[in-house]
Design a protein around this ligand. Structure first.
Ligand SMILES: Cc1cc2nc3c(=O)[nH]c(=O)nc-3n(C[C@H](O)[C@H](O)[C@H](O)COP(=O)(O)OP(=O)(O)OC[C@H]3O[C@@H](n4cnc5c(N)ncnc54)[C@H](O)[C@@H]3O)c2cc1C
Length: 384
């Protein structure tokens, strides 16, 4: 049976970032994922510069490798049917990536041993070790398997029936030359449309030769109908050409401040969507996934071979220090009566100052929050 220091289940941005930091410190890390990579992930695929900084990613080299890295220098924002704000920035504030490319790139770059196409059939404790499928042993286990993470399932914290999820659908596909010409969305300026009931928002987003259209809601009822109405609205206003071959695919996840899943236990940590860490107002989950992966790695290194829950407790403290109180944070959608918000929302989204400073800079770009510092490279070390 193979052995490693740290076993990470899930090779998305959370798992690969955690692995990357641990490998830089010299630990032996195995990442297992049930899919083979490159694999696709249902997502709009925008990331912020803080993500690139935390991972030391050189986007010029990334693009030079033929991978999509669409600079974003502005947004159009409105509530469906109301006046829009058009906000421009002098430099890129975000980038559009394709998850099939980005996730594969991060995973290969992590330097971890990869077990891909590897279904988790069993996970159990044997003495002070975890054993996966009777073929790999590890001292500490990281659950990075997304919303339905098998580690969260094994811990008994995955309660899909009662968790307050966001449900979202997207379609991503290449545009033909004629469709590109007929599409009114500028590649550097994605468009965001808050739903009239303020339970979610839709987006149209061009990245290179591709377009990504989607809608997410904090309400799972009739999502497909909401998506169909949104596409119809975009076609009627001439934003996208009619009859695009969009096949929508859906996924669910939890938002920070609403998720109840524990972050750590005895020799085990949950990161990214497995822990329910996506930002509450935008649903952005890549940055919290990556940052939680790095914070978990830092905690594992400091635990220095002793992985009892006391030694891993600093991970939760780090997450709270970074993202705020885990439950009961102020949510403007809940603090103010929805009827009052609905009366003023149309005007607010159409107000360029509010759109820029509140919706974009604070809610979507988290411009006030600097990147996590890059991990130092340490000498080769193996935990005691
Ligand atoms: C429609 C939609 C649009 C979104 N748009 C954005 C966006 O534009 N920007 C943004 O920041 N966030 C966005 N998000 C959220 C973002 O996609 C997630 O928060 C992010 O992918 C979380 O990363 P992760 O590594 O935790 O999980 P994932 O990316 O889900 O990776 C989990 C990995 O675990 C693997 N896995 C699952 N089960 C098993 C198993 N049993 N055994 C082994 N491996 C397993 C999976 O194959 C997968 O590779 C969007 C989400 C949706 C649904």
């Amino acid at each position: 049976m193979a052995a490693c220091d740290v076993l990470i289940v899930g090779g998305g941005p959370a798992g690969s970032s955690c692995a990357w930091w641990l490998r830089r410190a010299g630990l032996d890390v195995v990442v297992c994922d049930r899919r083979t990579f490159p694999r696709d992930k249902i997502c709009a695929g925008w990331i912020t510069p803080q993500v690139l900084a935390a991972l030391g990613l050189d986007l010029t080299a990334y693009a030079a490798a033929g991978l999509t890295a669409q600079a974003i220098r502005g947004f159009r924002i409105s509530r469906v049917g109301d006046a829009e704000s058009h906000v421009r920035y002098p430099t890129p504030v975000s980038y559009g990536i394709r998850r099939c490319e980005f996730d594969d790139y991060l995973l290969r770059r992590s330097g971890a041993r990869l077990q891909l196409g590897h279904q988790v059939d069993s996970l159990r404790r044997e003495g002070s070790e975890w054993v996966l499928n009777a073929d790999i042993r590890a001292r500490v286990l990281v659950g990075a398997g997304g919303h339905f993470c098998p580690v969260a399932q094994m811990l008994g914290v995955l309660r899909t029936a009662s968790e307050p999820i966001v449900a979202a659908q997207e379609a991503e596909f290449p545009l033909s030359r004629e469709q590109e010409q007929a599409c009114r969305v500028e590649p550097e300026v994605p468009e965001l449309f808050f739903t009239r009931d303020l339970k979610g928002y839709g987006w149209v987003f061009r990245k290179g030769a591709y377009i990504n259209i989607g809608l997410g809601r904090q309400d799972t009822h009739q999502l497909s109908d909401h998506v169909a109405q949104f596409v119809n609205f975009l076609e009627r206003r001439g934003t996208i050409p009619a009859g695009l071959p969009a096949k929508f695919r859906g996924h669910a996840y939890l938002l920070y401040g609403e998720a109840q899943r524990p972050l750590y236990g005895d020799a085990v940590l949950l990161i990214g969507d497995a822990a329910g860490l996506a930002y509450g107002r935008s649903g952005e989950g890549i940055r919290p996934a990556i940052e939680s992966g790095l914070l978990a790695a830092q905690t594992i290194l400091e635990a220095n071979g002793r992985y009892g829950s006391d030694a891993l407790a600093p991970y939760e403290q780090r997450v709270v220090a970074r993202f705020g109180p885990r439950r009961g944070g102020v949510n403007v959608w809940r603090v103010f009566p929805r009827a009052l918000l609905q009366t003023v929302a149309g005007k607010l989204f159409g107000n360029a100052r509010f759109a820029r400073h509140v919706v974009l800079d604070r809610w979507f770009l988290h411009a006030h929050q600097p990147p996590l510092p890059m991990p130092p490279r340490r000498a080769q070390r193996i935990p005691a």
